[in-house]
Design a protein around this ligand. Structure first.
Ligand code: MG
Length: 233
């Protein structure tokens, strides 16, 4: 890839450590409110993350516990709706913050005039308040799981960003944290940089052009600096 034309970022686990400190906490609160004894500790939740999509994750959990498939799906959908509300409350309370180094990278991209977009399978109901609160109006195009229900590793959400923005796929880089995310970006024809977190240390990220330990990893900082266009004028 030559100079960057655009950057498309994932939200969950990439921009924010939302899984461990946001979603997991919100799922547990929803269980408790519903009078259920289920609780997801940090390692248990880490294993469940291989199932993309909160409602699917819940349905899988209940089915595994012996709940018939139809009942499990209905219960999962009801709990998931409440969990989304709780997640919004956590975001509004400032409990979900940018991962270290994210603001610095976004500032550099912004200064260089590189357009930034979002491709997430999260629902708009919590993604939008999170982006507003933590990042402000940085992102031009935000495509969420509300508009594109096909979950990663399907490339659908990335393809929709490309369709809406007209960005050239061969000069657009995706930033992801997980195996499903990297696969989605690569299947859409994008170059992908992976910024791992604690939950994705063991993921197979071999499709990524670079696998970094996070946004403060010097390899990631250097990778972007080499490709950011020089200031204009
Ligand atoms: Mg992610």
């Amino acid at each position: 890839m030559g100079r960057l034309a655009a950057v498309v970022v994932d939200v969950d686990g990439t921009l924010v450590d939302s899984e461990r400190d946001g979603h997991r906490v919100a799922f547990n609160a929803a269980f408790e409110e519903a009078g259920l004894g289920d609780r997801w500790d940090i390692p248990t939740y880490g294993k469940l993350l291989h199932i993309a999509g909160g409602a699917k994750r819940l349905a899988f959990w209940f089915e595994k516990a012996g709940v018939p498939a139809g009942d499990a799906r209905r219960l999962a959908e009801r709990l998931h709706a409440r969990k989304t509300e709780i997640m919004r409350d956590l975001i509004e309370a400032g409990k979900v913050q940018a991962r270290p180094g994210v603001h610095r990278l976004l500032d550099e991209l912004d200064a260089a005039g590189v357009p930034m977009h979002v491709a997430t399978t999260g629902t708009r109901a919590w993604v939008e308040p999170l982006l507003d609160r933590v990042f402000g109006p940085r992102f031009q195009t935000v495509v969420t799981g509300t508009e594109v229900p096909e979950l990663k590793p399907s490339p659908a959400v990335y393809l929709e960003v490309l369709r809406r923005t007209g960005c050239p796929a061969d000069r657009t880089v995706a930033v992801e944290d997980s195996q499903n995310g990297v696969r989605a970006a690569v299947a859409a024809g994008l170059c992908c940089v992976a910024a791992q977190n604690d939950y994705t240390q063991d993921d197979d990220l071999s499709g990524a052009a670079l696998v970094a330990g996070g946004f403060e990893d010097p390899a990631l900082v250097a990778w972007f600096r080499r490709r950011i266009p020089p200031p204009q004028g």
